[in-house]
Design a protein around this ligand. Structure first.
Ligand code: HEM
Length: 488
């Protein structure tokens, strides 16, 4: 369907950077679109209109305009565009994240919020998270004993932790119990993400895209990733359906979803099938593994660059936890400085720098500009988090800035939106935040950290990873030298 920007003269459309014939504005996005778009917003303002071939796209770059879209016009703007890359992997949008607004999305989201990611459910998974944190800490301790003074790859350790945790709560089994090799699994998750980017040439330029696809093998990769993930998800669902299976005491996510299918209760829109389960599992992996790991990696990198902040955080956690051995969920609310560190990390390094793309359902206005139906909308929360009109020394990592501030990241303060806001806000916000807080707290409690020999704070590479992936990783692995702390 063509969705050209209407040319009616009396419309007050948002300002647009100049376009090129055929490709419109696509060339302006670069390899890190959130950065290029933030630069463009300094010239064209907080509401910019782009043309992606047939699709009008609006980019929002201020807290006020974000509030207009995500709060005042939440209902008019809360659908998702039909992204080609996501279609295959989500069994035709049967998931939560890419499903368009409507009866189906409302029902499947309700299941996620009430049944899967509720505070009660997350707390029921607490012993699993504690075990996985202990595994991570033990594995770092082994490294520091066997190779003292040598750096450990924290990127690898943190991904292993979040993936094992999500793997166990979703499938009720650890990596080790399956023939699924850990590295293969990460590759697959990352490959799946890379095929789902929003500002991707292949999305908007089917004919140019065909060449791009052909050159990059994107379509082939997508098919391969789909078949690998699908057969893996199917296998674990089948295992759960086997009456002879030895089941753990507590339900995992597949158990919960299979029960809902069996009872078909509380679901109005359509009958749920195994495909729906597989689509939700995909969201858990793409939404749950990377985001939490990436946030902790950035957090540790910022602390390694600012040893005084790291020291203050360690003093706090060690004073409060004493010689208890580890930090657990009950302790978290006492760690006030750690919470400031997490907020500051979310501000500078939101895992989804442009949120997920929204699509407008009906016409509305933002800052006096008209937004037409079927416009793709991206909110540049990365840019808003660094806006000098809101933040003093915006590029500096200063957790104290939140000390006497009411600003939080739960979707009510539009200056800080790492989880989005409104109807599409991340339903995994509680699970994600507790994983990040507990992961960081335990790393700081158990070890002293320093940079590898010869490296200075300013040498630490803080470049963001280029690519079409939906989440924003650190480009190079984070390598720090751990030294076990005596109390722990
Ligand atoms: C630090 C951790 C996390 C961060 C920073 C994060 C961030 C986000 C963001 C920015 C969005 C898009 C919101 C929007 O479009 O306005 C989102 C959506 C979503 N997230 Fe998360 N997330 C995290 C953890 C999780 C976890 C642990 C899960 C589940 C296991 C999860 C599942 C989802 C789902 C299903 C959606 C789609 C919601 C919808 O479209 O209705 N996320 N997340």
């Amino acid at each position: 369907m063509k969705r050209r920007i209407s040319k009616k003269p009396n419309k007050n459309l948002p300002p647009s950077p100049p376009k090129l014939p055929l490709i419109g504005n696509l060339h302006q996005f670069g390899s890190l679109p959130h950065q290029s778009l933030w630069e463009l917003s300094k010239k064209y303002g907080p509401v910019m209109l782009f043309q992606l071939r047939n699709v009008p796209a609006v980019v929002i770059s201020s807290a006020e305009a974000a509030k207009e879209v995500l709060k005042v016009h939440d209902l008019e703007s809360c659908s998702r565009p039909p992204l080609h890359g996501a279609r295959k992997l989500t069994y035709n949008y049967l998931d939560v994240a890419f499903s368009p607004y409507g009866e189906y999305w409302r029902e499947i989201r309700k299941i996620c919020v009430v049944e899967l990611f509720s505070m009660k459910r997350v707390q029921s998974f607490e012993s699993i998270r504690e075990e996985e944190i202990t595994n991570m800490i033990n594995s770092i301790s082994r490294h520091s004993l066997s190779s003292p003074n040598s750096p450990v790859d924290l990127t690898e350790k943190l991904f292993a932790f979040t993936a094992s945790f999500i793997f166990r709560i979703a499938f009720g089994t650890s990596f080790e119990g399956t023939d699924f090799n850990r590295n293969k699994f990460y590759e697959l998750v990352h490959a799946a993400e890379a095929t789902m980017g929003g500002f991707c040439a292949a999305e908007y330029f089917p004919y140019v895209g065909w060449i791009v696809d052909w050159l990059s093998g994107l379509n082939r990769r997508r098919e391969k990733v789909f078949h690998q993930l699908d057969s893996f998800f199917q296998k674990v669902v089948d295992e759960h359906l086997n009456p002879g299976r030895t089941k753990s005491q507590q339900d995992d996510i597949i158990d919960v979803l299979l029960k809902i299918i069996k009872e078909q209760s509380g679901f109005g829109a359509a009958m749920l099938t195994e495909k729906n389960i597989k689509a939700v599992l995909l969201n858990m992996f793409l939404g749950g593994v990377d985001t939490s790991a990436i946030t902790m990696i950035w957090g540790m990198a910022e602390l390694a660059k600012k040893p005084s902040v790291m020291k203050k955080a360690q003093e706090e956690v060690r004073n409060i936890i004493g010689n208890k051995g580890s930090v657990t969920l009950n302790d978290i609310d006492k760690l006030q400085y750690l919470k400031l560190i997490v907020k500051e990390t979310f501000r500078l390094h939101p895992a989804g720098p442009l949120l997920l793309p929204r699509e407008s359902i009906s016409r509305f206005e933002v800052n006096g500009y008209e937004i037409e139906p079927k416009t793709l909308i991206q909110v540049n929360v990365w840019g808003i988090g660094r806006d000098p009109k809101i933040w003093t020394d915006p590029d500096e990592f200063i957790p104290e800035r939140f000390m006497d501030s009411a600003i939080d990241f739960k979707g009510q303060h539009f200056e800080l939106l790492p989880f989005g806001s409104g109807r599409r806000i991340c339903p995994g916000i509680y699970m994600g935040t507790t994983t990040v807080e507990l992961g960081l707290a335990n790393l700081l409690y158990s070890f002293d950290w320093k940079l590898p020999d010869g490296m200075k704070e300013e040498d630490l590479n803080m470049e963001e990873s280029a690519g079409l992936s939906l989440s924003l990783s650190k480009r190079t692995p984070l390598e720090l030298v751990p030294k076990k702390h005596l109390f722990a």
